[in-house]
Design a protein around this ligand. Sequence first.
Ligand code: ATP
Ligand code: MG
Length: 452
Amino acid sequence: MNNLTPKKIVEELDKYIIGQNKAKKAVAIALRNRWRRQLLSDELRDEVLPKNILMIGPTGVGKTEIARRLSKLAQAPFIKVEASKFTEVGYVGRDVESMVRDLTGLALNMVKTEHMEKVQEKAQVLAEEKILNLLLPPPRSQKKTALAEAPEAEAEEKKNYNETREKLRSQLREGQLDNRYIDLEVREKVVPFGIVSNIGMDEIEMNLKEMLGNFLPEKAKRKKVKVPEAMQIIQQEEVNKLIDMDKVVREAIERTEQNGIIFIDEIDKIASRGSTHGPDVSREGVQRDLLPIVEGSTVSTKHGPVKTDHILFIAAGAFNVSKPSDLIPELQGRFPIRAELDALGKDEFIRILKEPRNALIKQYVALIETEGVKLKFTNDSIEEIASLAAMVNERTENIGARRLHTILEKLLEEISFNAPDIKDKELDINAKYVADKLSDIIKDEDLSRYIL
Ligand SMILES: Nc1ncnc2c1ncn2[C@@H]1O[C@H](COP(=O)(O)OP(=O)(O)OP(=O)(O)O)[C@@H](O)[C@H]1O
Ligand SMILES: [Mg+2]
């Protein structure tokens, strides 16, 4: 995080997202501020609240993409929720707090994985000893009493045992024992039958197992497994014994509270104008439910209470029907940073097709290449695709960069279908090919409405 300066963050985002510099800057500053805050005195740190961001821009211009890439960079617990989901029929009043619970669950997995990695080596050492014990049980202790009067004999036996054990150890490490079987006792938590009905059994069972945790009876099963698998099972058991779950939980809650990012997409869908009947009631209701969480409150989770004061919220919406000012005033005030994203045109499309790490053209070339066909897009073909996309966006509906997906899909439909049988192993896609394939569809407005 130290090196993740705002400039660096923007640079990283640039690898995937074209343009939208204002939004990139805003999220970069917000992320950096969290790091700055960590360096403050305890007293001041509590006072500095995150500056939540509202990203405003038409559909398909990179709002979600920016948030997604940001979270990867930050390595912070991150979740994305659709605000509109909380208004769906059957979900009314679905508890908005669940987003904080999900975030905590995510942080827990993150922290747990880190802790597990740390003890992996130690667990391996312990597991090796256990495997050796199973392969070559140590001299019995009863024998010891019998031998107590003959110390030399005992020492002799011990020496022999240790030698054999070391021999076995090197065989184990070299993999010479990989085909041997070991009788292993594995413990599994079982959900008693009849505790739940049979709907969605898997999920319920998983949740139950997690929820009831240690209260479930453990069933010991004897299993014959090969040495490498036994090693894995035992190592995993040791890892679980070595990590301090209380500490993991404490750290996870801390990380959620201090570093968590919640991305609320489609926030414009819960903004409403004036009217107070119909679905709008529930929309405003959702806003009211959101308010305390965004403002800072304590949410109880199964891991303990989590304070939301310092969680960073990034909201996004197209706001083509409603405006940010249609949100209830309290909520507007909690998103002080407004970042506008620009509509995309031909020039951006050209760059989007070519430049990002995961650029569409690169994806298609790689996909088709698996069939042994090498696609080559000439520069004029890319320009043609971009200008057709811009034109269709203008004439029908502006769906931003998503238009490139539909156009490319149509353009390459035939090649994609025939690729396995194409004899010609190199194909040039030039402007003429693009025009041939697409101009008929584009000329006919109705047709392009359906196809592109
Ligand atoms: N500026 C951009 N640079 C690169 N790719 C982009 C850009 N804008 C959009 N895309 C691509 O277009 C697709 C849609 O973008 P995204 O999901 O970010 O849209 P959005 O702004 O969240 O739209 P919506 O309001 O519909 O949710 C993604 O595949 C994304 O990679
Ligand atoms: Mg989106």
